[in-house]
Design a binder for this molecule. Structure first.
Ligand code: KIV
Ligand code: ZN
Length: 500
């Protein structure tokens, strides 16, 4: 019989901490419902004390979701725990995730404390959280760099105080898989409540050295019974362990004797949804969900796959929800078909919002023969920005060759007032941004600029991500259009609309 591995998804907490990935409450509910359909066991919905937005999201996700446990993060501080308990009041199954740094550097530099005092604070926090909920998870922050003997003392102390799960984060992504696996094994062997099954260990690995998934798998193979992961591996710095990789590793290796509850056919739509809502592109060669993950380009591989897919494919793309026969929409598709495709991708729209997305869809379908799921997600995302103060009214560009300069003229609508301007530039995007800067005169600097085509074909929608620095803050913007110059300008305007 296989061991059951619990999947704890932290896309909405550790993943959402990434600058530019912030979601509003409605978007978080969409993601949470999709995670429920995917079959995750625990959803970490936020860090309620950190902001009113996080507090409210935990409340609303608790109301919207039925089966998964809803978890709220806290520091080992009473006020944090009070606020988390309040935010969880509507959850059908609830967990408080509290903790403190346990490595010598955290103890010395973060807390100016000592090992004994940290154990006391850890125990006090767990006992305090137990007043509110039965299910308390404790995290030993920077456990990756905490010495194993002391870490075992921490684990024993918090499980005696009532912790049901103890999280062993490799917060800095420093450990190699053999070391992380050894750490988990050591804790299983030296912690009575873990051995007896009264409490379980959890992995939480960051990807700074590209080893998050390998470390997580090593942890599970050495006795951890929960893994903390995010969709597409998003998260602080180089990210967290990606859910899809762990789920597919155990599915394609039943011999490892570990099972999850993940409905893997929902992986791809979930990945698309998170990428689209968070405006966070997935790298094309990303395992499982990248655009090229199942694309065979070399002649030898193509020949083999045509003879028998098993020659070069270790997974069936359908098992992760990539369906080549998925219905594509065309200009003749109606509102119902559009609503259905959005529903399949976890986006529920009705009434006026459906109407306005449908109008945008018809315009796109006029320019592009087939409209894909990615396109409709982008349209639904762009529709969220309709209420912004600055809007692009028109844009005309002429590209220059043979000594001629690029010229752009554009019109902006700023809270109902119309402005027009034109400029030359060293390329069409440069000309358009220079024209815009003649209307919006602010000290702003373009720091990053990426253009990505969604699928294939010269009629494809280009997605543009930008970072603009203004007043010592970096703002993230997104634009999508079949015209990449327009998409670029829209992304720039999206940044400006966020200036505080
Ligand atoms: O990486 C980490 O240590 C964390 C904890 C707060 C669980 O995210
Ligand atoms: Zn983390």
């Amino acid at each position: 019989m296989s061991d059951r591995l619990f999947i704890f998804d932290t896309t909405l907490r550790d993943g959402e901490q990434v600058p530019g990935c912030q979601l509003n409450t409605i978007e978080k509910i969409q993601v949470a419902k999709q995670l429920e359909a995917l079959g995750v066991d625990v959803i970490e919905a936020g860090f309620p004390i950190s902001s009113p937005g996080d507090f409210n999201s935990v409340i609303e996700i608790s109301k919207a979701v039925t089966w998964p446990t809803i978890c709220a993060l806290t520091r080992a501080v009473q006020k944090d725990i009070d606020v988390a308990a309040d935010a969880l009041k509507y959850a059908k199954h609830k967990r408080i995730h509290t903790g403190i740094g346990t490595s010598d550097s955290h103890i010395k530099y973060k807390f100016n404390s000592n090992r004994e005092e940290i154990i006391e604070r850890a125990v006090a926090a767990v006992k305090y959280a137990k007043r509110y909920v039965e299910d308390v998870e404790f995290y030993a922050e920077d456990a990756g760099r905490t010495d194993n003997e002391y870490l075992a003392r921490v684990v024993n102390a918090v499980t005696k105080a009532g912790a049901t799960v103890v999280n062993i984060p490799d917060t800095t992504g420093f450990r190699v898989p053999s070391e992380y696996g050894e750490k988990i094994k050591y804790l299983v062997e030296h912690c009575e409540d873990i051995q007896s099954g009264k409490a379980i260990l959890s992995t939480h690995c960051h990807n700074d050295l590209g080893m998050a998934t390998a470390n997580t798998v090593a942890g599970a193979l050495n006795g951890a019974r929960q893994v903390e992961v995010t969709i597409n591996g998003i998260g602080e710095r180089a990210g967290n362990t990606s859910l899809e990789e762990v789920a597919m590793i155990f599915k394609t290796h039943p011999d490892l004797g570990i099972e999850t509850n993940i409905n893997t056919t929902k992986i791809y739509p979930t990945s698309r949804m998170v990428s689209s809502l968070m405006n966070m592109p997935v790298q094309p060669n990303k395992a499982i969900v990248g655009k090229n993950a199942f694309a065979h380009s070399s002649g030898i591989h193509q020949d083999g796959v045509l003879k028998n897919a098993k020659t070069y494919e270790i997974m069936d793309p359908k098992d992760v929800g990539i369906d080549d026969n998925a219905i594509v929409l065309t200009a003749r598709s109606g509102r119902a078909a559009l609503k259905h495709r959005l529903h399949v991708n976890g986006v529920e729209v009705d009434g006026d919002r459906l109407d306005s997305i449908y109008q945008a869809f018809l315009q796109l379908a006029d320019k592009k023969k087939e409209v894909t799921d990615d396109d409709v997600l982008v349209l639904a995302g762009a529709n969220r920005a309709d209420s912004r103060a600055i809007k692009l009214d028109f844009l005309q560009v002429s590209t220059g060759m043979g000594g001629h300069k690029c010229v752009a003229s554009l019109g902006l609508d700023i809270s109902g007032q119309k402005f027009e301007s034109c400029s030359t530039g060293n390329g069409p995007v440069d000309a358009a941004i220079r024209a815009l800067k003649k209307i919006i005169i602010k000290e702003m600097v373009l720091k990053e600029f990426t253009i990505q085509a969604i699928s294939k074909g010269s009629d494809d929608v280009g997605k543009v991500h930008m970072q603009v620095e203004y007043d010592n803050h970096v703002y993230y913007g997104f634009g999508a259009d079949t015209d990449v110059v327009r998409a670029s300008l829209e992304a720039y305007i999206d940044c400006i609309n966020k200036f505080r």
